[in-house]
Design a protein around this ligand. Sequence first.
Ligand code: NAD
Length: 309
Amino acid sequence: MARAKVAIVGAGNVGASVAQWAAAKELGDIVLVDIIEGLPEGRALDLWESGPICGFDLKIRGSQGYEATADSEIVIITSGVARKPGMSREDLLRVNQNIVESVVGEVVRWSPDCTLIMVTNPLDTMSYLAWKVSGFPKNRVVGQAGVLDSSRFRAFVAEELGISVEDTQALVLGGHGDEMVPLPRYCTVSGIPITQLLACDRIQKIIDRTVNAGGEIVKLLKTGSAYVSPGAAVAEMVEAILRDKKRIMPCSAYLDGEYGLKDIYFGVPAKLGACGVEKVIEVELTEEERGFMERSAALVRRSISSLNL
Ligand code: NAD
């Protein structure tokens, strides 16, 4: 059987990390694309040369053009800029809108049947944009946010309880960034809700740290933002789709009435398999949780409406 092909647009920190995790899992041949001359080629060569040590045997190449990405099963979009001092959210949106529009146009031309995984921020807005520009059905455009946010929550719960991260499960929904909605009632340790294991104030501390986890890393790194964990989160989604695992993962998916929301990309639990987002799963919410989701959705909606479509 022919190996799958995975293209990654943007060979910066997150793009390179996705490539590394995807190679380690032998998910498929990898093509990295970037506008910076030499960067995707150099990163691809460096990773490929680790194959004999790490035990993966894949084609890994870098390119400035899209021809190399032709007929990819999955394309991950990480190209974009991060917010710099003095740059408003609207400025960032405009810059990344231009980048994402041009990139998605090329991707679709060369891989009309691919599934797109969006990473560029603002995540839910860029996922909506990619869906619009691509003309793809909603199941074939999905954004990565919740897998990462839930992983962070899980790590903090494990640390707080002095237990293995393996036994923690978490559900972080809503928009990516400050507007995320962690749902402690659905966070468990081997099936036991954390609400039975931790006092309210400890849970609130974990929620606050999760919401600010991206910023915590930015502050420590001083230049750039998290990329190892975002890369791992994306690779897990790629694996679920390529290997048709039917995994339930929180991701940014197009909603058409689910959770009372329409025409928006928003973080919800979804079944990921060969057809991409195969189902959005609706969980019961209390009045308070619903309020958090609605507030989060209003922020995402405001960002989407400022897109120049
Ligand atoms: P980075 O600056 O290291 O990499 C971005 C790369 O995109 C650069 O190499 C740049 O040359 C490239 N690029 C810019 N315009 C391009 C174009 N038109 N075509 C091809 N490549 C182009 O940044 P990073 O740390 O890798 O982050 C990338 C994006 O991912 C940012 O928007 C960041 O905010 C976002 N991000 C999202 C999550 C998430 O959970 N969704 C997590 C981390 C980062």
